[in-house]
Design a protein around this ligand. Structure first.
Ligand code: FAD
Length: 317
């Protein structure tokens, strides 16, 4: 079922969902099931599976020469989605990214998704390679999420890259990313907003936000969207703080602010176990407020660690 239908069917009741990473190459799918099993009691209508581009690594040969090779650490997004749908009977939402894929490869992935009965996708530009300071588009691929979105909406109209197939129109429900605190490359919120609106006007059906810890930023973001004619569901992305080093890492990686009351509370902790507890309690309060504010879904970035999300869901759902 489409995410928009799940939200409509819930009739204003806030739903629970979460995101996972595919296993590191060489690890089994059991790790995914172990991360999902504890959260199934909260009846997620959908589970997201991230995607990542290749990195460049150097492989040393016997003669001492180094060869630059392309290496994808976590392949298998489409297959993990199929496994989730098959095992749990819930909708899986693959993330599709521009980086690392040509338009043709994206088309083949979309055809695979159609055959598997996967109805939702989240389209993103993708992060930069770890070895590069900025995003470099793949030759023959897309530069921005709105271009990838166009490819999916074209397929929904039966327009494939090199031909038209009126009889085999796809029917994907398409999500895009939104940033209540602005995407880090954008010169200002207004410009970022312009591109978000371009994505929604281009056919996006829902928005999932970057994580945030100050609900007023989400509420303001939703208001700005509504004032500017963006009327699709806006799903807040959430990640509980689980360690003191995240006070530095999360702003550094995701370009978000940690509110003073949360950072003060973490600084006052005497152990990492206490920090985890503070993070969970903070997120429980944040979730309660978001439900009151009418969030359609609470979407957790679990990073494969279901424990803290389970504690929060127990208090909320
Ligand atoms: P875009 O919408 O393309 O925007 C990128 C930047 O360019 C913004 O600053 C925007 O304002 C600007 N911009 C947009 N369109 C144009 C245009 N036409 N011309 C000029 N400027 C433009 N990354 C992964 O690698 N894998 C994942 O699975 C993944 N999942 C994510 C899930 C969520 C919910 C979120 C919020 C992020 C996720 N990311 C993921 C990270 C994401 O890929 C990065 O934040 C990336 O830097 C931007 O992606 P985007 O889709 O928002 O890009």
């Amino acid at each position: 079922m489409k995410i928009t239908e799940h939200i409509e069917n819930a009739k204003s009741k806030t739903l629970f969902s979460f995101e996972l990473l595919p296993p590191i190459k060489g690890q089994s799918i059991q790790g995914i099931y172990n991360a999902i099993d504890p959260l199934m009691e909260f009846k997620p209508p959908f589970i997201d599976v991230t995607s990542s581009r290749e990195d460049h690594v150097y492989k040393e040969h016997a003669n001492g020469l180094l060869e630059k090779v392309s290496y994808r650490k976590r392949p298998g997004t489409v297959a993990v989605c199929a496994a989730i749908m098959n095992k749990y009977g819930v909708d899986a939402v693959p993330h599709l990214i521009c980086g690392g894929f040509t338009k043709e490869e994206t088309e083949y992935a979309l055809i695979d998704l159609q055959f598997l009965g996967i109805e939702n996708v989240l389209v993103l530009r993708g992060d930069a390679r770890r070895t590069e300071s900025a995003f470099v588009p793949t030759p023959g691929g897309h530069c921005y999420a709105n271009e990838l979105l166009d490819q999916v909406t074209n397929m929904n109209r039966g327009k494939y890259l090199h031909e038209e197939h009126e009889s085999v129109k796809a029917d994907f429900c398409i999500g895009v990313a939104g940033y209540p605190e602005k995407h880090f490359e954008s010169p200002n919120l207004k410009t970022d907003f312009k591109y978000l609106k371009q994505k929604v006007d281009g056919g996006a059906d829902f928005i999932v936000t970057q994580m945030f810890y100050d609900n007023s930023k989400y509420i303001e973001f939703v208001k700005n969207c509504r004032d500017n004619g963006i009327n699709v569901p806006i799903i807040p992305g959430l990640k509980p703080i689980t360690s003191s080093k995240q006070l530095i890492n999360l702003p550094k990686i995701f370009h978000i602010d940690i509110p003073e009351d949360l950072s003060d509370a973490v600084h006052a902790c005497k152990s990492e176990a206490e920090v985890k507890e503070v993070g969970i309690q903070f997120m429980i309060n944040q979730c309660k407020e978001l439900i009151k504010a009418g969030a359609p879904v609470l979407h957790f970035y679990t990073m494969g660690n279901p424990g803290p999300t389970k504690r929060i869901a127990e208090a909320i759902f």
